[in-house]
Design a protein around this ligand. Sequence first.
Ligand code: FA5
Length: 342
Amino acid sequence: MNAIEQARQVLFARYGELENKADILKAPELRELYATIPNLDASERSAFGQAVNALQLELKSKVASESVVEKPLLPIDVTAPMDINTAVPSLLLAEQGSQHPLTQEIERVVDIFGRMGFVAEESREIDNQHHMFETLNFPKGHPARDDYDTFMTVEADSEGEPFVAPAHTSTMQNRILKKYYANLVDGEPIAAIVPDRVFRNEDLDARHEHTFYQVEGVYVAKGVHAGMLVATLQKFLEEYYQQKLEVRVNPFYFPFTEPSFEFALSCPFCENGCSVCSNSKWIELLGCGMIHPNVLKAAGIDPSVYTGFAFGCGIDRLVMMKHNIEDIRHFESAKLDFLRQF
Ligand code: FA5
């Protein structure tokens, strides 16, 4: 048997075992055959070279014919809600676990706002910068964008901008306003909440997580004013905590509301200041304000006819104060000692 036939048998025997079939083309036996050519007698060189080329061609066409042709992936809307793109995995039996305290409390929040006339909508775990910034009156280069620094994808949208893990549930305001616009035409208010997960590039401490929950509220109708905003939030918080509360409302700044406020509750962990409240005796719970005319306009709503309020409340902090949880990081810790208390 000549050298080429010997190499051929070895290579075809090995071919079947290779995971990546194309690796056969880098086999040392093939390289050795080529390396032999310059040392051959001139009379043999041409025929030997042609036979080696023929062997290499044979291997190449075998690799090409057996390579798996990958099916093109169907285009997906990465900014759609989770359940649009993924199958729901089968769940463990209820006896083997319990509801996470945040899930329990989100259900309570949805129930209270439901009784107050607010419908609940789902947010996104990936969104675009158009919804996180442009529709919320943060023009490109606006310094307040830095307050919402979050995780980004390598992939970019049609504008060439990376997708983002939403840093707040306000990314849903524009979608809510457009979806329920018909309510206004029918003389009904737009009243919706969005309880969902948000993400921030954050220095972690007892009150700050990189992954946490917010509930967004949006209310628009004719003649809505800031008094209604404060009364709605006070009513919600008193219903949630089942008691009269000491709240502090301070002026604040958000590009998407004017005027803007911050709501804080007195710290339940101390009387004179502690590490949880950074010695301030108050725990900031939510941001809110009257929806900026530019945000209404971006959704096609005439701000000279309709006004509205919006709020974004940190659910983890709401629950911390209800159950005297001294460190927000317990929620995502997956520690059973913590979870079994609920
Ligand atoms: C916002 O996120 C605004 N979108 C709120 C808003 C909505 C204002 C609608 C006006 C109209 P802010 O960054 O302050 O604002 O966050 C709102 C709440 O989320 C905070 O009050 C706090 O309760 C919670 N929060 C913010 N950052 C963290 C964090 N890193 N960990 C836990 N909770 C947080």
